[in-house]
Design a protein around this ligand. Structure first.
Ligand SMILES: NC(=O)c1ccc[n+]([C@@H]2O[C@H](COP(=O)([O-])OP(=O)(O)OC[C@H]3O[C@@H](n4cnc5c(N)ncnc54)[C@H](OP(=O)(O)O)[C@@H]3O)[C@@H](O)[C@H]2O)c1
Length: 262
């Protein structure tokens, strides 16, 4: 069903986005791939089985998001799916943070980046009765220690797209929110630490978490079904219900999950 669809995918140069580009291109989608690293985008485009337009962009800048949409429309003439996947994370207790602008940057990239892309793409998506896809996170639905700013930005993403879905009722545009649990990608090495710098090394026990390829296959299925919400693990699905009855217990399980990843 992806055959011939024009899909804009942000954060395509690494991790989940890169794996999703491979997955969707293999199913016949025409891709517009966006991220800041042009060289990585170009090497990805060359390796993809289908057509892909490379659009370097910093999603935190509204004008650059508009340029991606303009380039996509100029090249393909339509947009069927927008996947807001670009993102970054942190790894520090809030009271240990030495840089105050970390939380601001997380909001700009994770939340406003998705908002800017959506604002630019929405007229074309209404014309095609298309599909908006937000890559949020399990951290968009519950608190996570050492990720306060990240969880806040993902809660903002979830709140924004939940609201937009209601505004778009009857327009033919569907909204899907994808909430992965831990996935093996560059994000853990790139996470901003207490000193405001990327950690460099991943603090995760990487053997135990889902691969980006597996995540991309599951996300693709949820996108095809135009699913309202996809949760990336059984513990996330179960935890959502248990939290209603025993929120303190879920807090302790979450704290333990983060401690065990160190
Ligand atoms: N991995 C996980 O455990 C996990 C769990 C839940 C949710 N997620 C979410 O999944 C999405 C993908 O994350 P990932 O794990 O694949 O991370 P990743 O490997 O670090 O990839 C992040 C992607 O976002 C792009 N990006 C970052 N800042 C950008 C900016 N300002 N403008 C444009 N592109 C930007 C990066 O490309 P450039 O550096 O080239 O710009 C890269 O392509 C994120 O939204 C993340 O929050 C990840």
């Amino acid at each position: 069903m992806m055959q011939g669809k024009v899909v804009i995918l942000t954060g395509a140069s690494e991790g989940i986005g890169r794996a999703l580009a491979q997955q969707l291109s293999g199913q016949g989608a025409k891709l517009v791939i966006a991220a800041r690293d042009q060289a990585r985008l170009t090497s990805l485009a060359e390796a993809l089985p289908g057509e892909a337009l490379v659009c370097p962009c910093d999603v935190a800048k509204a004008s650059q998001c508009q340029s991606v949409i303009d380039a996509a429309l100029a090249h393909f003439g339509r947009i069927d799916v927008l996947i807001c996947n670009a993102g970054m994370t942190m790894w520090s207790r809030f009271d240990a943070l030495q840089q105050s602008d970390v939380l601001q940057r997380l909001m700009q990239v994770n939340y406003l980046g998705a908002v800017f892309m959506t604002q630019a793409a929405l007229p074309a998506l209404k014309q095609s009765r298309g599909h908006l896809v937000a890559v949020a996170s399990v951290a968009g639905l519950t608190g996570v220690p050492e990720r306060s700013g990240y969880a806040a930005s993902k809660h903002a993403v979830v709140g924004f797209f939940e609201s937009l879905r209601i505004e778009l009722l009857g327009s033919g545009v569907d909204v899907t929110q994808l909430c992965p649990d831990f996935v093996l990608t560059e994000t853990h090495r790139r996470a901003i630490g207490a000193d405001g710098q990327p950690l460099g090394d991943s603090p995760m026990q990487e053997g135990k978490i889902m691969t980006a390829q597996k995540c991309a296959v599951l996300m693709h299925r949820a996108i095809e079904r135009r699913q309202r919400l996809w949760l990336g693990s059984w513990r996330a699905r179960l935890g959502r219900w248990v939290k209603l009855l025993a929120p303190g217990w879920i807090d302790r399980i979450t704290a333990r999950a983060i401690t065990q990843r160190h």
